[in-house]
Design a protein around this ligand. Structure first.
Ligand code: FES
Ligand code: FES
Length: 166
């Protein structure tokens, strides 16, 4: 039985069983591989996506739990989001593995706090682990993005493999 998920502004039918974690639906069925698998137990933040603007761990969220939530992945930011511009400008990533999750958590932070201080950044980013220790550059890039013009409210369309829901 197909499950309908709303990803990056598109309503899509997916065939994975309802208890499948969103992470695997995104990566394996929809081809959205920007969201990464790290720990699989909601401890590292590598799999962070937004559900109605709130960060969730896709590795521990079955698609049956999503309801009508609108999911935004790193692909949904479109590549030119202020956070992505700031990440490039400040050369934030080292290995890069954690970075899509970092950016999605930062995206939720800036949506609720347009000018976060160090304490607010630490609080919002606490669950996103970076084994390379890029925390100082991540913090600087969030502040850099906060100083840019506001990001678009709607996610950009991103290519997916599944068919749109009827
Ligand atoms: S892979 Fe989901 S929190 Fe680590
Ligand atoms: S850049 Fe390597 S884990 Fe964060």
């Amino acid at each position: 039985m197909a499950t309908t998920v709303d990803v990056n502004g598109r309503s899509l039918n997916v065939n994975s069983p309802p208890d499948t974690p969103l992470l695997w639906v995104l990566r394996d069925e929809l081809g959205l591989t920007g969201t990464k698998y790290g720990c699989g137990v909601a401890q590292c933040g590598a799999c962070t996506v937004l559900a109605d603007g709130q960060p969730i761990r896709a590795c521990q969220t079955p698609i049956s739990a999503l309801g009508a939530a609108k999911i935004t992945t790193i692909e949904g930011l479109g590549g030119n989001h202020p956070l992505q511009q700031a990440w490039v400008k400040l050369d934030v990533p080292q290995c890069g593995y954690c970075q899509s999750g970092q950016i999605m958590s930062a995206c939720a932070l800036l949506a609720s706090n347009a000018n976060p201080d160090d304490e607010a950044i630490s609080g919002a980013m606490d669950g996103n682990i970076c084994r390379c220790g890029a925390y100082q550059r991540i913090r600087a890039a969030i502040k850099e993005a906060a100083a840019m013009p506001a990001a678009p409210a709607e996610p950009a369309a991103a290519p997916v493999a599944a068919k749109p829901a009827a």
